[in-house]
Ligand binder design. Sequence first.
Ligand code: 5RP
Length: 221
Amino acid sequence: MTQDELKNEVAKAALKYVTPGTIIGVGTGSTANFFIDQLATIKDSIQGAVASSIDTANRLRSIGINVVNLNEIEEISVYVDGADESDHQLNLLKGGGGALTREKIVAAVSKQFICIADESKLVDVIGKFPLPIEVIPMAASYVKREIIKSIGGSPVLREELTTDNGNLILDIHGLTIDEPKALENRLNNIVGIVTNGLFANRGADILLLGSESGVKTIALD
Ligand code: 5RP
């Protein structure tokens, strides 16, 4: 199977976690896009969806799904999104598509977080994929210096990208993230960082992995 076929299989498998009559959260990226295509087949069964990016909102609207403003609701039943890496404890590294801030907000509000990915995304230790950091533009140089001084790795400005929130992205290369929660908290304490791409304090509840032998389900006890 191609990587796209694996992503499509795992997106299809996520449909069974969608609770009819509720508002769901929908992520961003190529795997999430396969999920949106699958969602089209059951679109009348849900009340609507909160999108984690402008791109996802446009895709949802294009298939006739009601896109809901998060400030008008209190609960999202389930959030379905991809990841750049997951470890076996379902700590995620996300933000390859630059949508990490809205993704983290939607994940925080959701009762259940289903992460969908092809099996190449499961790793023993996250950090090989550069860790995205969303920063306020005027703080970019300061944040870069602080990361080099107090965190390590090599932060690189993502060229020609402005996030949906009008900010910049620094990608930190060369990290080995042994303690994802601790690093997430430390990055949260650097002034000028809006969000970092570690989803450890609120990781996934279930990881669905597309593999040659079928979709594998990994859930924490
Ligand atoms: C976007 C994300 C995506 O979930 C992540 O980059 C994975 O993308 P893809 O499904 O295209 O591999 O965090 O900000």
